[in-house]
Design a binder for this molecule. Structure first.
Ligand SMILES: *[C@@H]1O[C@H](CO)[C@@H](O)[C@H](O)[C@H]1NC(C)=O
Ligand SMILES: *[C@@H]1O[C@H](CO)[C@@H](O)[C@H](O)[C@H]1NC(C)=O
Ligand SMILES: *[C@@H]1O[C@H](CO)[C@@H](O)[C@H](O)[C@H]1NC(C)=O
Ligand SMILES: *[C@@H]1O[C@H](CO)[C@@H](O)[C@H](O)[C@H]1NC(C)=O
Ligand SMILES: *[C@@H]1O[C@H](CO)[C@@H](O)[C@H](O)[C@H]1NC(C)=O
Ligand SMILES: *[C@@H]1O[C@H](CO)[C@@H](O)[C@H](O)[C@H]1NC(C)=O
Ligand SMILES: *[C@@H]1O[C@H](CO)[C@@H](O)[C@H](O)[C@H]1NC(C)=O
Ligand SMILES: *[C@@H]1O[C@H](CO)[C@@H](O)[C@H](O)[C@H]1NC(C)=O
Ligand SMILES: *[C@@H]1O[C@H](CO)[C@@H](O)[C@H](O)[C@H]1NC(C)=O
Ligand SMILES: *[C@@H]1O[C@H](CO)[C@@H](O)[C@H](O)[C@H]1NC(C)=O
Length: 702
């Protein structure tokens, strides 16, 4: 018993489950050659559209909603009913056929019909009037758009008296006058009336408390129909009014101001030239205003949008000049303090300066949506992040902006959608995009420059495919039109490039540094050697203790320029040696193979005196310069004069450097003059000088 119930239960589940799959549309009606004519979904919907049918085929019993759109039906009569077994249709769509005649017996059968779509059939007023006579009283939606109705009067809809119709479509007919003096007496439940695409220039209707939406788009109205009179509002509950695409040139708000429940007003594509101050301030519930594409629109007066209820304004495509001379920028949007959505795209915004942007936006600082696309803007107004902190969506497509300042989006905490397509961006990195999570990003049609700087963007785009529009097809490099998405190989080479460039940079730097050091060393080589010497010297002093007590290997160390050697040798060295003095002169005495610098140091330190034979060539000789430094330093350290300066010739002023000047400034030198007398005198002085010291200092060490 229980098992049977369980089995039933399981079966029920399977059936229910199965019926879900049956919801998918599948062919259910075929013609004689098994070609499918209709598709059914399990919920009673049968669609036989576009089959060229001039009859109604045998339909499944389950059919409750029938669509026969776009066929060749010419007449709907009782005969045609034979194949419709279920007369409980709630929905019948016979739009886009060739129906000229509908039998009242045919229509009377469908007692439960709620939606009847007769759009685009060659039905005339008379035919329609008789057809509607027997229509279901449960009808809610009736579509009579695109028929060949020539005029509208109350008689047409009289048959609908007492019906529950809420939606009525009468668009795309040929009405010139709308004589609806009683229409809403018959249609007491009508909420939506479409009268667009007619030629109506005269609108007369009775009062309706039910009507919420009225479309008079694309008619021949030359002024706003008188919705307000001394008797009050014609449609007190109207919420949406479309009078766009009419020839209205003056916006007579007196005909609208009584519509206390109006939420949306569309006056786009009219001939309005000026928006007057406080134009909408009496419409207490107006939230959305559409004013796009008005060719004659020239001027927005101050406080034109003064309305605390306004949330959305669309004034795109107006070729308005947003500049001080054309409108009072700071006051044009004054008063609409609750505005959330502003579309001013396709106007001339490029002339606004930084301050004017600020003036404009401070009036609408609650914006969550801003569209300034196609505004001839060359730079991103800083006023946007400075003022519009609530912004969620920013559209700046099709401008000439080539740069997003880093950190631009940092104060736009709620930004989720950014449209930046069709600008002049060449690169982008993380500093230029928000850190918040985006829902949508459009960067297509920008001339990206595909060098190594584009790497970040390429990776970012790959990771965020799902939020991008036109990716990857319209994200390309400006030069070769290569897709950013295909930059893989280029990226690798870029990475290598980066490495090599780092290597190159490093090696360049090293080479530079080495060169610098070398040149520095060369430039200051004597000073460096001198420093080395000093260090050495101190160490030596430390090791040897008192210098004076050390033995000297020579009496005098003679330093002279190479070109002066012969002269010095024959005139000084030989003479001194004749006087039993022990002379060291590196040109003669240096041990071959030993390092010049060490032997110089050793021998200079090992000599009691150092004699410098100054001449012009001496001064120019760098080696001599080095010897001079070392000698001077030694004399400073030893505290008494170990230097003997011999001047072989007058030093020209060009060669007079600091140290040479120091050596000769006290006249403490021996001038080696050419004449015999002076020469002998000088030599004697020299011998005595060295010899005296010789005896004095040498004695203790013997
Ligand atoms: C009923 O349908 C069949 C084919 O499905 C068709 O041949 C026939 O003409 C239809 N009858 C009417 C009255 O439309
Ligand atoms: C209305 O339709 C029903 C059902 O087809 C029919 O019996 C009745 O005669 C029709 N009435 C008129 C006035 O056409
Ligand atoms: C419309 O129907 C109402 C009752 O539902 C009736 O009182 C009124 O006279 C009808 N009007 C016309 C013009 O038939
Ligand atoms: C009216 O006709 C126009 C042009 O044929 C078409 O684009 C529009 O969709 C139609 N509107 C309706 C409501 O049928
Ligand atoms: C509007 O229609 C009513 C009823 O048909 C009529 O009395 C009135 O004069 C019409 N008004 C205009 C302005 O045509
Ligand atoms: C207002 O009318 C214009 C022009 O017909 C149309 O393009 C626009 O979509 C309409 N806007 C709204 C909000 O209905
Ligand atoms: C703006 O509208 C309010 C409310 O309608 C009104 O009181 C105020 O005077 C208007 N401001 C200006 C400057 O017209
Ligand atoms: C805008 O209007 C205000 C107040 O009337 C005025 O002070 C200001 O000078 C006007 N600005 C321009 C640019 O006309
Ligand atoms: C961001 O959005 C949240 C939720 O919509 C809101 O509460 C918050 O105030 C917004 N922050 C800013 C700075 O507008
Ligand atoms: C990001 O781009 C900006 C603007 O081009 C630049 O100043 C900045 O150095 C870039 N930062 C990085 C990390 O590349």
């Amino acid at each position: 018993m229980w098992s049977v119930l369980l089995a039933c239960f399981i079966q029920l589940i399977v059936i229910c489950h199965g019926s879900k799959e049956y919801r998918l549309r599948q062919p259910c009606v075929f013609d004689s050659s098994r070609r499918p004519l209709c598709w059914c979904s399990g919920d009673g919907y049968t669609d036989c559209s576009g089959q060229g049918l001039n009859y109604i085929p045998v339909l499944p019993k389950t059919t409750t909603r029938l669509k026969l759109r776009n066929n060749n039906l010419e007449i709907l009569n009782v005969e045609m009913l034979k194949n419709i077994s279920n007369k409980q249709l709630t929905y019948l769509d016979v739009s886009k056929n060739r129906i000229k005649n509908i039998d009242s017996d045919f229509i009377g059968v469908f007692k439960r019909l709620q939606t009847f779509n007769l759009n685009v059939n060659p039905l005339t007023n008379e035919e329609l009037e008789t057809s509607l006579k027997n229509i279901s009283i449960s009808l809610q939606k009736l579509f009579l758009n695109g028929l060949t109705l020539s005029h509208f009067d109350d008689d047409l809809l009289k048959p609908l008296n007492g019906s529950k119709i809420t939606v009525l479509g009468l668009s795309n007919n040929s009405f010139h006058d709308f004589n609806g003096g009683h229409i809403f007496n018959y249609l007491k439940y009508l909420t939506t009336l479409y009268l667009s695409y007619n030629h109506i220039n005269n609108f007369n209707a009775s009062r309706s408390y039910s009507l919420k939406q009225l479309s008079l788009t694309r008619n021949d109205l030359t002024e706003v129909p008188p919705f307000c009179s001394t008797a009050g509002a014609l449609f007190p509950n109207l919420e949406q009014l479309y009078i766009d695409q009419n020839c209205i040139s003056v916006l007579n708000m007196n005909n609208l101001n009584c519509l206390d429940n109006l939420i949306l007003l569309n006056i786009s594509e009219t001939r309005i030239e000026t928006l007057k101050s406080n134009a909408f301030s009496k419409l207490r519930n107006l939230k959305a205003l559409s004013l796009q594409h008005m060719e004659s629109f020239r001027y927005i007066e101050s406080y034109a949008f003064n309305s605390s209820s306004l949330e959305r304004i669309n004034i795109r495509d107006n070729e308005l000049h947003f500049k001080g001379s054309e409108m009072n920028i700071s006051l044009a949007f004054s008063g609409c303090t609750n505005l959330k959505v502003l579309d001013i795209s396709n106007n001339f915004l490029g002339k606004l300066n930084k301050d004017e942007w600020v003036l404009l936006f401070t009036k609408v600082s609650q914006l969550t949506y801003l569209d300034i696309s196609r505004g001839y803007i060359l730079y991103l107004p800083k006023a946007i992040p400075d003022v519009l902190h609530n912004l969620k969506e920013l559209r700046v497509s099709l401008n000439g902006i080539d740069f997003i300042p880093p950190g631009y989006f940092n104060t736009l905490y709620n930004i989720t959608d950014i449209y930046f397509d069709g600008n002049k961006l060449t690169m982008l990195n993380h500093t230029q995009l928000p850190t918040t999570k985006l829902h949508h990003l459009n960067l297509a049609f920008n001339p990206f420059v595909c060098d190594c700087n584009i790497l970040w963007l390429v990776n970012y785009l790959k990771l965020h495919k799902e939020i991008l529009s036109y990716y990857p097809s319209e994200y390309r490099c400006s030069d070769d039109k290569m897709y950013l998405a295909d930059l893989k190989i280029a990226i690798r080479s870029c990475l290598i490039d980066e490495q090599t460039s780092t290597i190159i940079k490093c090696s360049c730097f090293s080479v530079m540094l080495i060169l610098l050091i070398i040149s520095g060393v060369y430039r200051y080589r004597w000073r460096l050697r001198y420093v080395m010497y000093i260090l050495n010297y101190k160490r030596r002093k430390y090791i040897n203790g008192n210098m004076k007590s050390s033995n000297f290997s020579h009496d005098v160390y003679i330093s002279c320029a190479e070109s002066d050697f012969n002269f010095v040798y024959s005139n000084i060295v030989e003479k001194l040696e004749e006087n039993n003095l022990n002379v060291y002169i590196s040109e003669r005495d240096a041990v071959p193979g030993s390092l010049k610098i060490t032997s110089t140091l050793e021998n200079m330190d090992g000599s009691r005196f150092v004699m410098l034979c100054l001449s012009n060539s001496y001064v120019q000789d760098h080696w001599c310069e080095y010897e001079t430094y070392m000698a001077m330093e030694r004399s400073i350290y030893e505290g008494h004069d170990v230097l003997i300066v011999v001047l072989l010739e007058n030093i020209s002023s060009a060669n007079m450097n600091k140290s040479i000047h120091k050596l000769v400034k006290n006249n403490d030198f021996i001038l080696w003059e050419a004449n015999e007398e002076a020469y002998r005198l000088s030599l004697r002085r020299l011998v005595r000088l060295i010899g005296d010291e010789n005896t004095n200092i040498r004695t203790p060490s013997i």
